[in-house]
Design a protein around this ligand. Structure first.
Ligand code: NAD
Length: 492
């Protein structure tokens, strides 16, 4: 069994080699240390990978594999991820700064994702459609050929697996484009996919700049679908290119998700859940519960408890098992978050806690920012409307349910929502009225690969996860089988 190690080459068209793009340094955001140097892909690499992927997907050695045979390979990928779990989690922690407990969970989820799609593939049935004449009708899914998978830097191995596993299950080749700053674990994943026996040209991993490598994938004529996870502006730009090619696009985009605490909630649970919802992954999560709605009646009490909890969170390197809040993924991003908190101050925000970098000298080398809670802002302030993607939550008081719903939905986004209450009727009522693809009730940020995930409004189009994800990487073909012995009557 080969160890994925720290990758120093990229995987193009079935071969490990340097890319033809610019040198790329991968930095540990906890220390600023360069942990790997690779050469990024260039558009010529995308072209080579797409051509080789198309040929590999059409090769009878792959194309004619029966579902249970393809499933066996995917199960093996899941097993290999599990065997290398410690190493993959550490690699991801070092490249993204995320706490080890979180990267271990993400690696476990990636293994589960490959196994889930293996099981789904092996048990998917293609029914005959109801007979409406002297013919049998059926509709069969076929692979698209080559698909692009473009992922962000916050949870690489989990978001890669959610695209690569169903796309391979459906019989496609995949061009995976990880985020520029965090390609290492995606390259390590490619080693395991190849080791599992998947023909190597079926998965190319093409690190580099989105505007160069990602753009070349979206535009490539052989790429028949793109599944994109990332920011809303990028998603909009890709959507325009996809529309011009008549190419299906799944986009999982940004969020500004409301977390709602009602006055009958179990407040211990609500405080812990709200803190986890906004500050885990150092707030770098599309589903972060970044707008915290609290009823006027319990506002002072709840906010006091929330602030005390936020101040207790342990900020430190992801490699230290005691750390809860690691550094941000890059220094540039930490500076962006700091600038957005400064802007919130200019908008009139009260900084309830945090609002700066930690003064602990041990953390001075890293891209840290303190867990920050703000209040005193109207809902239409930019801080309440725009995604910060960092450890920054805004607390907003509300009067009653109608006031709450109107303000919670007053955003371009519609990704997620949290509701904390003991009243299940109210939870049901509110959950149904909020614009969000996922609603958590008395829990937050829990995930099941079996459950579909999608955004509403500017949070995206299309759905990831769930057993039907395999079908989303296919094209449909309908077949009619004539049963009549006689010729069609028209020409006789
Ligand atoms: P981003 O949009 O800058 O980049 C995402 C990916 O797209 C990267 O691989 C990037 O290189 C690539 N890219 C950038 N420009 C491109 C272009 N013109 N053409 C093709 N590809 C291009 O996002 P990010 O900063 O890496 O990640 C943060 C964003 O991702 C946040 O907005 C967050 O909410 C969102 N996100 C959404 C989900 C979800 O499931 N809804 C999950 C995680 C992150």
């Amino acid at each position: 069994m080969t160890s994925p190690g720290v990758p120093d080459e990229i995987h193009v068209a079935g071969r490990w080699r340097p890319g033809r793009g610019n040198p790329l340094e991968c930095v540990d955001p906890a220390t600023g240390e360069v942990i790997a140097k690779i050469t990024a892909a260039a558009p010529e690499d995308v072209d080579e990978a797409a051509r080789a992927g198309a040929a590999a997907a059409a090769d009878p050695a792959w194309r004619d594999l029966l579902p249970h045979e393809r499933a066996r390979l995917l199960t093996r990928v899941g097993d290999l991820i599990e065997q290398h779990a410690g190493e993959l989690a550490l690699l991801q922690t070092r490249n993204t700064g995320k706490a080890l407990a979180e990267t271990r969970a993400l690696v476990g989820s990636a293994a589960g994702t490959f196994r889930f799609y293996a099981a789904a593939l092996e048990t998917t049935e293609t029914p005959l459609t109801p007979q409406r004449g002297p013919y049998l009708t059926m509709s069969v899914p076929e692979p698209i050929g080559v698909v692009g998978a473009i992922t962000p830097w916050n949870s690489p191995i989990a978001s890669d697996a959610q695209k690569v596993a169903p796309a391979l299950a459906a019989g496609n080749a995949v061009l995976l484009k990880p985020a520029e700053a965090t390609p290492l674990v995606s390259l390590a994943l490619a080693r395991l996919v190849v080791e599992a026996g998947v023909p190597p040209a079926l998965l190319s991993v093409l690190p580099g700049k989105g505007s160069v490598v990602g753009d070349a994938i979206v535009r490539h004529p052989a790429v028949g679908k793109v599944s994109f996870t990332g920011g809303t502006d990028t998603g909009r730009a890709i959507g325009q290119l996809a529309a011009a090619k008549f190419m299906p696009l799944t986009s999982e985009l940004g969020g500004k998700s409301p977390t709602i605490v009602f006055d009958d909630a179990d407040l211990d649970q609500a405080v812990a859940g709200v803190l986890y919802g906004i500050f885990s992954s150092t707030g770098q999560s599309c589903i972060a519960g970044s707008r915290i709605f609290v009823p006027e009646r319990i506002y002072a009490v709840f906010v006091e408890r929330l602030v005390a909890g936020a101040r207790r969170l342990r900020v430190g390197p992801g490699t230290d098992p005691a750390s809860q809040v690691g550094p941000l993924a890059t220094f540039a991003h930490r500076d962006r978050v700091a600038a957005l908190v400064d802007r919130a101050r200019e908008e009139g925000a009260n900084v309830l806690c945090g609002g700066g970098i930690p003064d602990d000298p041990e953390l001075a080398r890293g891209a840290y920012y303190l867990p920050t809670l703000l209040d005193g802002l109207p809902n239409d302030a930019r801080t309440c409307q725009e995604e910060i993607f960092g450890p920054v939550g805004v607390v907003l008081p509300f009067r009653d349910e109608d006031d709450l719903i109107a303000r919670a939905n007053d955003t371009i986004f519609g990704l997620a929502c949290g509701i904390w209450t003991r009243d299940y009727r109210r939870a049901w009522r509110v959950a149904r009225r909020i614009d969000a693809g996922t609603v958590w009730i008395n829990t937050y940020k829990q995930f099941s690969i079996a459950t579909p995930f999608s955004g509403m409004k500017a949070s995206g189009v299309g759905t990831d996860k769930g057993r039907d994800a395999i079908l989303r990487y296919t094209r449909q073909k309908s077949l009619y089988w004539g049963l009549d012995e006689a010729p069609l009557p028209w020409a006789t």
